[in-house]
Structures are given as C-alpha cells and as structure tokens.
Design a protein around this ligand. Sequence first.
Ligand code: GDP
Ligand code: GDP
Length: 453
Amino acid sequence: MEQPVIALVGRPNVGKSTLFNRLTRTRDALVADFPGLTRDRQYGVGRLGPAPYVVVDTGGLGEPDDVTYHHMQRQALRALDEADVILFLVDARVGVTPGDEALTRDLRRRGKRVWLVMNKIDGVDADVAGAEFHSLGMDSPWPIAAVQGRGVTQLIGAVLEDCLGAAWAAPASADPADADPDADAEAPDEPDAPIDVAIIGRPNVGKSTLVNRLIGEERVLVYDMPGTTRDSIRVPFERDGRAFTLIDTAGVRRRSRVSDGVEKFSVIKTLQAIEAAQVVIMVLDAQQEISEQDAHLIGHAINAGRGLVLAVNKWDGLIAENRERIRRELDVKLGFLDFTRPRFISALHGTGVGRLLEEVAHVHAAARRELPTPALNRVLEDAISAHQPPLVRGRRIKLRYAHQGGRNPPTIVVHGNQTRDLPDAYRRFLINRFRKAFQLHGTPIRLELRTGE
Ligand code: GDP
Ligand code: GDP
C-alpha cells in the first residue's frame, strides 16, 4: 500500500507551514526546485500519527486581489492533482475572508475530498468561531491549534482512517503519536528474501537507463501501462543469484512516454519509494555538479533510516580531470565518504552495475546486523577511554553501558547520566566508532541516549 498523500492548502498565515512542521517533525522538507515546479511547495513524510503519509504544503496562495493570485493559484492547485486528501486550513481568529471563499470555489471544482480545518483555536471559543465557517457550505470544521499540536493527532487519525479504510489498523497504543512509524521495517529475518530497492535522483541522471539495465527493456514496457499511476509497482529481478525488488519511481514507467519536466520528476513518488524501500540507490550524474537538491534527497533517505548506495553514473567518457573533480565534490558537498562508498558506473554500458548491486546487498546486511551487547560495550569503553565525554556544570557526563535497541536501521541505546547534555560532536564521534567497529557502511545509525538505570 502506498502512503496516502495529504495536501495542505489555505491563505497565507493560516498556519500551513506550522502544521507541516508538526506533522513531518523534520527540518529537511524537500523543496522542488526544478524548472516547471513552484519553489515554495514543500514535501515531507508525516511521522505524527499511526502510519506514514506524504505531506505537501502547497504554499503560494494569495488574496484574490493580488496580481499574482491567479498564476500562483494555478500552480498550487496543480499540486492537488497528486493528493488523496486535501486539508483546507482557515484561521479561527480571522474568520471567513474573500480568499477563503475563492479557494472554496476552486476546490469544489476539483471534485476532491476536502477537509475543512480551523486552526488557531487556542484562546478562542471553537464553537463560536466554527459557526462562522458554515457559510462556506462545507462540513463543520475540524478545530486544531497547530502551534501546540492540539487536535492534530485526532485529525490525522481520522483522515488516514477515511482514506485507507480497512487497510488502516487502529494503533494499540492509546496515543497514536507513540506508534513507531518504522515498526514494519523489522520484518522477520529471511536471509534470501528479496531486497527492496528504490532508485532515486534528479531528472536525466540516468535512472531509467539503469532500470533498463537491471530489468530489461521489455519488462519496463510491460509495466508502462496507463491507468496504473496510483498503484505501487514492484518489479522483481535477479542478479548473480540474489533477489531484488525494484520499487517503482517516476523513472520506471517513463521510457516510452514523451518526457516533459514536470512529468519526469515527482517528489511524491520519490518520497513514497524511499519509504517503501530497504535500500535506496541515489543516482548522481558525473557530468554535472552535485546540487543542493541531491544533498536534500540523500539527507531525506538517511533521515528515513534507509540504507544508501551512491551511484555516480555516466562515468564513461569522463576525462581524468573530471573524475578528480567529482571525487572532490563528493567529499566537500556531501561529506559522506566515510558513511558510504560511492560506486562509479555507466548505466549505458553496464559497467560497474554488478558491483553496485553487491553494495546494495552489503548495505542491506549491515542495516540488519546483530550487535552483541558485550562487543557494543567494548566499543563504548574504548571510545570513552580514547576521548572522555565533557564536563557539564562541573560534572562529567557518564556513559555506562550500551545495547542494541533495534535493527534496520541499527539502533544503539546508551545508558548513562546527564546524557541530554551530550554534545552533538560527541554523538557523532560515538556513531563513527560504532560504524567502524561493526562495519556499518551505508546505513544510518540511530543513537538513543537514556539517563538513569
Ligand atoms: P502559512 O503562511 O499558512 O504557512 O502560516 P504559518 O505556519 O507561517 O503561520 C503563520 C503565523 O500563525 C505564525 O506566526 C504562526 O506562529 C501562527 N500560528 C500557526 N498556528 C497557530 C496556532 O495554532 N495558534 C496560534 N495562536 N498561532 C498559530
Ligand atoms: P532519468 O531521467 O534519470 O531516468 O535519465 P535517463 O535514463 O532518461 O537518461 C538521461 C540521458 O542520459 C539519456 O540521454 C541517457 O542515454 C543518458 N545516459 C544515461 N546513463 C548514461 C551513462 O552511463 N553514460 C552516458 N554517457 N549517458 C547516459
């Protein structure tokens, strides 16, 4: 089941980005900065509530008297075509405005399921404020205060139940916010189970060419059928006796289609593919500079806890000088070289593709590795004796013992005193120590610090 897509619309200042940040709990929202897409649209994965979902903050809507209104309106509304549910935000403190009315008309014309959400109910009488919005002719508004999180989990629970129906199981925990969004990642261990792989990257870096290499032109065409855009497509393939499942991204089905900028790259599809994958292959074009968008995509995959393999494509025909340049850039702009080993490939000629998949299997194994408690504690002790945690308010931070809290990604729990005060630099130092000791290449490592026994 693909993650549902929830779009936030509303006038400026109603609280869209506040709600977006609360839902995604992250600073690494993806901003589409490709030609043909608006810059102010933000994408993220919702981690508040029972199940992951994609959130789009459509941004960019003004009051109808604004000269740019119609242009921006069109752009923002286009984002709604990819959405399953639309949350239409209004401001409880301001009441109905002409902008709200114009937007109501536009939304009605799109014929999508719209939820009216009244934000900023903190310090106002929600019943009185809500009554005013009846004039919009929609259902009663859902009252929330995005800034405090009031009503937000309930709203998302109801939205997901509505759009996932039977596929949505009510979480056992009383507070759905406690549900572990990655709980499903801990599938039972089957050593030969196929590895779920997503291939992501900017337009034109060579994703489709790589997909063709892996699964063959014919298969791509078979899957390139109209009317299947909402279904997630999983294509099994084998390489050197190892089974993989390719998670569909925009690149898979594009082959026989005329490409235009907007069709070519879908942030939503990319986010969904990252969520559904165990290992993400991020394709970079060796003939282009590494961009901010590349770094954002990589950061997103890492924050989602996915294993990562960097494929530097179009390595063929590159002169030595340019090879040196891209190596330098990888180091300076991405700084991931101790995290993952980039693979230099030519999807066009097939060079390096076998090694690339070996790396995928490697990363997958690392993400699921058992970390025995005695070994973890030895690494912790060695790290502390090499470099003591700092003093805070005259007392030294104590790290006492470690154990594995989960896999996929590897989670290491460290117990001690005053662990809240542990500087980020020290966290990174510990993570690097664990990474080296257990050879956890290409997988994020989560470090959980706990104070007390
Ligand atoms: P956007 O333009 O729709 O993205 O709106 P923002 O999220 O930037 O919010 C606009 C302003 O409203 C900011 O100053 C927020 O702090 C404030 N705001 C957002 N949500 C709430 C809320 O629930 N209560 C109150 N009192 N203020 C809020
Ligand atoms: P996508 O948008 O990421 O799916 O990129 P495509 O697979 O459509 O490739 C974009 C262009 O780059 C096409 O013209 C490909 O032929 C070319 N290309 C892809 N891989 C390679 C490669 O390894 N070497 C070279 N020289 N060109 C490539």
